[in-house]
Design a protein around this ligand. Structure first.
Ligand code: FE
Ligand code: FE
Length: 284
């Protein structure tokens, strides 16, 4: 099992991805949803208990203020990729995928479908925000389904009952349907819980076309792109762009294949692709 080290109940941050894959496996029926939550692995429940209790609006605003200025240092896309790989613990090397293999499989699946180069690149880099682990961020601030903070939590979010422990639950002004937001104010005005999506969006936004920015920023926003919650915060433009997020999602969830793509063979293609969109070093 590949392991991205980060303090928290999960054995590694990829365990959350595995949980999401199982939750949304292609043959699963809608009715199984709650049952599946109850029978979820204890570590996943512990993870969400912590995530839902601690992702307050104040926490999210503080993390945005800390990271959005991108003053953690300069590095290239490949440096980040390698740093993430270096955190891999090969105590159990013959199971599961490394982060690099997940990135390559998603990207290769996108490429096989004939999608544009920027989308292949998006598949390749979409999880690089997990370098947040390198800054010592705990699991609950790196992975997990994301959700808006500052307004009532949708019951379409997994384990909504765990929000009872969130200090924002005692702030009535944050518990109305709209909370601090205006109806259809647009997702760019909405703060989502902090994690690898939002961070990588800030890092890469100026280099990528808008649909790619949406794919990166909202790929873990399952309540929005999968469950249709929070439509009342979205603009018409968001609704159009979320079609791209939905187009991207199956490549993230279902691109696991038996043949593990070989980085050695594919490296020249991905080096060209990265260099086409990104300078050698970017701000993180
Ligand atoms: Fe992700
Ligand atoms: Fe992913």
């Amino acid at each position: 099992m590949s392991t991205v080290a980060s303090p928290g109940p999960l054995a590694n941050v990829e365990q959350w991805d595995d949980f999401v894959k199982a939750r949304y496996r292609a043959d699963r029926k809608k009715e199984e949803f709650r049952i599946f939550d109850e029978s979820s692995p204890q570590v996943v429940k512990d993870f969400y208990r912590e995530n839902h209790a601690k992702q307050t609006r104040d926490f999210v605003l503080a993390k945005n203020a800390e990271y959005a200025p991108l003053n953690k240092g300069r590095m290239g896309i490949w440096d980040a990729m390698e740093k993430l790989e270096a955190l891999v613990d090969d105590s159990d090397p013959d199971t599961d995928l490394t982060q690099m293999q997940h990135n390559l499989q998603a990207a290769e699946a996108i490429r096989k479908e004939g999608h544009p180069r920027w989308m292949v690149l998006t598949g390749f880099i979409h999880d690089l925000g997990k370098v947040l682990c390198l800054y010592g961020e705990p699991q609950w601030a790196v992975v997990g389904d994301t959700f808006p903070v500052g307004c009532a939590w949708s019951d379409k979010i997994v384990f909504p009952e765990y929000f009872a422990a969130n200090p924002d639950s005692a702030k009535p002004e944050l518990q109305t349907k709209l909370g601090v937001y205006r109806e259809n104010c647009g997702m760019e005005n909405v703060n989502l819980s902090w994690g690898h999506d939002e961070y990588l969006y800030h890092v890469t936004r100026k280099y990528l076309p808008e649909p790619a920015q949406y794919m990166i920023r909202y790929h873990s926003f399952y309540p929005g792109h999968r469950e249709g919650a929070y439509d009342y915060l979205m603009s018409d433009h968001d609704r159009q762009m979320f079609e791209w997020v939905r187009t991207f999602n199956p490549f993230d969830l279902y691109s696991k294949s038996d043949d593990k793509p070989s980085l050695d063979k594919l490296r020249p293609y991905y080096e060209d692709l990265v260099a086409e969109f990104f300078p050698k070093q970017i701000d993180w």
